[in-house]
Design a protein around this ligand. Structure first.
Ligand code: G3H
Ligand code: 13P
Ligand code: ZN
Length: 359
């Protein structure tokens, strides 16, 4: 079994200058689709589960499924990550169920909706980092609140994220504050707000070259060259998937996501983990609709799920290849959690230490 920590995987990605897509899953078919894609192009994997996914599938099911995926694909390093943890309990129970990495999202209060104060964010994130590192697991923090810079768009439209209108300042991470945050919390990776939002409805017009606040990504990367940056809300919402959904009875209003080329620009400036959920949902839903409309007599769930799984597999493979992740699985020798814990305990993984070494 090759379960890897986020920290080890992103250290490798930084060394070789690539990005790793982090795909959300809720069920077996999504897990298999990702692993099939990874196997086909030799890519290391991050699979993440939200609190909603854990409630949907049950912790025991998810945890045994992750172990099964690691066992079926022993050559693919697999990082199992908690997406948007809202408090210590969520993060610690994830680790207890075999997750090798957790996100403590202290940018919002525990309700997952109300923007939190900076002090609250620092305190919660530092506390989770201390506990997770003691057992070798990795921690992602978030500074800034996700939301589209285009007013009225991307405000928790998928029911996940800050509620209500956010100010321009809240929507972009402050690079100076990012330095202080990383120093105080000792996170392994930092999710930043750079103009993306969760869900399908990110932008109402075709995004131009400035759709991501690239200057913010660049400024943070310059100040924190050894901190791995994470881009949430990174689905591209492909037009062809909208078209399939709508041509088989769907009613998705026209929308635009984050172009893959923009993400690739981000990877050149320190973005190492790229969160994608919506695109995978759309790839599968498009096939469900197609089968339902094209073969009205069909009622075997596998006849819906197999094409859906294949479509998700192809989408995942495209992202592994575009982000430069393909070809890297076989280059990684997975380090056990105990060894990671030893390294944290001896200060070897302190971001500050790494930063001063780099200077
Ligand atoms: O961050 C949002 C992810 O897309 C997870 O969504 O909470 O509906 O599982 P979910
Ligand atoms: P999308 O909704 O753009 O796929 O973003 C997913 C995400 O950020 C999960 O944390
Ligand atoms: Zn997210």
């Amino acid at each position: 079994m090759a379960k890897i920590t986020l920290r080890q995987l992103l250290d490798h990605a930084a060394e070789r200058d690539y990005g790793v897509p982090a795909f959300n899953i809720n069920n077996m078919e999504q897990g298999l689709a990702i692993m099939q894609a990874a196997k086909a192009c030799d890519a290391p994997v991050i699979i993440q589960a939200s609190r909603g996914a854990r409630a949907y599938a049950h912790d025991i099911m998810l945890s045994k499924m992750m172990d099964a995926l690691a066992e079926i694909y022993p050559d693919i390093p697999l990082c199992v990550h908690q997406d948007h943890g809202n408090n210590e309990a969520t993060c610690l129970t994830a680790i207890r169920h075999g997750f090798t990495s957790v996100m403590m999202d202290g940018s919002l209060l525990a309700d997952g909706k109300t923007p939190a104060s900076y002090d609250y964010n620092v305190e919660m994130t530092a506390s989770v980092a201390e506990m997770a590192h003691a057992v070798g697991a990795s921690v992602e923090g978030e500074l800034g609140v996700l939301g589209s810079l285009e007013s009225g768009h991307g405000e928790a439209e998928d029911g996940h994220g800050a509620e209500g209108a956010l100010s321009h300042d809240q929507l972009l991470t402050d690079p100076e504050q990012a330095v202080d945050f990383v120093m105080q919390t000792k996170v392994d990776a930092l999710a930043i707000a750079c103009g993306t939002s969760h869900g399908a409805y990110k932008f109402s017009r075709r995004p131009d070259g400035d759709i991501l606040a690239m200057h913010v990504i660049e400024a943070i990367h310059q100040k924190l060259p050894n901190t791995h940056l994470v881009m949430h809300g990174s689905s591209s919402v492909p037009q062809e998937l909208q078209d399939i959904i709508n041509s088989y009875g769907g009613e998705m209003p026209q929308t635009f996501g984050v172009p893959v080329e923009e993400i690739v620009r981000g990877i050149r400036h320190g973005v190492r983990k790229i969160n994608i959920d919506t695109d995978c949902r759309m790839a599968m839903a498009a096939q469900f609709r197609k089968v339902a409309v094209s073969n009205r007599a069909e009622f075997d769930p596998r006849k819906f799920l197999k094409p859906a799984m294949d479509a998700m597999r192809d989408l995942c493979r495209e992202r592994f290849e575009a982000f430069g992740c393909a070809g890297n699985a076989s280059r990684i020798k997975v380090m056990p959690l105990d060894e990671m814990a030893r390294r944290y305990a001896t200060g070897l993984l302190d971001t500050q230490v790494a930063a001063s070494r780099a200077a």
